[in-house]
Design a protein around this ligand. Structure first.
Ligand SMILES: [Mg+2]
Length: 394
């Protein structure tokens, strides 16, 4: 077993994830709910979707993103709460303020989850483990809430570690034990291997992470293309992605310069639609929602104009991004038929969505769009079905 003396010679990364966050906040504010199956996001009549379930509710088989109708069947005496996003945001800010006391290198993954690069602060606070324990203790003492912590040499292993003994977990993966630990885990645990990729792997005879290493590299490349190398790296616990503080992820954009200037409105819109779809796909791949969409247009004389619009709510939906760029092109650009030589779309003011917590009040129409987007993401490109790449925003 690792001890307080586990040495991380290179990087030391923490992944911290609040346990059943929304539900735990509800219990915190109303102690009479303690020990009861609490579900946030659905109604007792079975409308909506469960955004978070207390561990007591999970014992009935309820999990987040399950329809409330199903949750009611599984757990008829459960307590369904509508949810108070403002309150969760308030606590989230307190949690992130505690993280910020230890390092500026905090990368939020969602409202209740973050990576911390603590490589540089060990001299000040002691080992990475001590630091992780200190944060865990402070969140319990100061906020009355429980957070699970993973300590490792990179993001992939840290996230894996925080999940291993949830709830109230604290797991250290020492650099020299990563490989053995990984070998026995189901392939699904590899970062980016979703349901579709898992099936593909199973068909290929790969069930455990270790199975991947037993297959000749050429065959893996044949099957999984460029991602084979990435998979193999993860399988041995290698992951060099940096922890990127949120302020550094500024925007995601794509633009294209035409060989011949284009004046035709339909043709421009078609190209713009494709760019918008690409930007939305990249947002989803990086786990971001955008608040602002910007259209960039360059005329034949090289004069360049940008027009922006703020979305009613942050989005990564292809349709939202497309519709916004369309309205910028036709409504705000004032092109008056002049030909363009370049057109571009940028999404900015990026935020991380609720992540694993799910959406509190999903609108059925929007949910349908999101499902479509997800299917399109899977269908898209040769390696589309394979991987959700990590969060290395550009
Ligand atoms: Mg959580």
């Amino acid at each position: 077993m690792p001890t307080e003396t586990t040495v991380f010679p290179d990087r030391a990364i923490l992944h911290l994830d609040m346990d059943a966050f929304y539900a735990s906040v509800e219990v915190l504010d109303d102690p009479s709910l303690k020990g009861k199956p609490v579900m946030v996001g659905g109604t007792p009549e079975g409308r909506g979707v469960v955004a978070a379930a207390s561990y007591e509710a999970r014992a009935f088989g309820v999990y987040s993103a399950m329809s409330a109708a199903r949750a009611v069947k599984l757990c008829p005496d459960g307590i369904f709460l509508r949810g108070r996003m403002d309150r969760y945001s308030e606590i989230s800010q307190q949690v992130f303020a505690i993280f910020g006391d230890y390092t500026p290198l905090v990368e939020p993954l969602s409202i209740d989850e973050a990576f911390l690069d603590v490589s540089g602060c060990r001299r000040l606070f002691g080992s990475a483990e001590k630091l992780g324990r200190a944060i865990k203790a402070r969140i319990l003492e100061e906020l009355g809430l429980v957070i699970s912590v993973g300590v490792a040499s990179n993001k992939f292993l840290a996230k894996l570690a925080s999940d291993l003994e949830k709830p109230d977990g604290f797991v250290v993966i020492a650099p020299d034990e990563a490989r053995a630990l990984l070998a026995d885990l189901p392939i699904r645990k590899l970062w980016g291997v979703g349901k579709v990729a898992e099936k593909q792997m199973h068909r290929f005879g790969i069930r455990k992470v270790g199975d991947l290493l037993a297959i000749p590299a050429e065959r893996l490349i044949e099957q999984f293309g460029d991602h084979a190398a990435h998979l193999l790296e993860l399988a041995v616990g290698f992951d060099e992605r940096p922890v990127i503080p949120v302020h550094e992820a500024k925007s995601i954009g794509n633009e294209t310069t035409f060989r011949d200037d284009i004046a035709d409105a339909d043709q421009l819109q078609e190209i713009l639609d494709q760019l918008a779809a690409k930007v939305a796909r990249r947002l989803r791949a990086h786990g971001f929602l955008a608040r602002t969409v910007t259209l960039k247009a360059r005329y034949a004389d090289f004069s360049t104009h940008t027009r922006s619009e703020t979305l009613p709510s942050p989005s990564d939906s292809s349709i939202d991004i497309r519709d916004t760029t369309r309205s910028l092109l036709t409504g705000k650009l004032d092109r008056r038929g002049r030909p363009l030589r370049l057109i571009g779309v940028t999404a900015s003011n990026l935020v991380h969505p609720g992540g694993g917590q799910g959406q509190l009040f999903p609108d059925p129409g929007r949910e349908r769009d999101r499902k479509l987007d997800r299917i399109m993401d899977e269908v898209h490109g040769k390696y589309g079905p394979m991987l959700r790449r990590g969060s290395d925003p550009t």
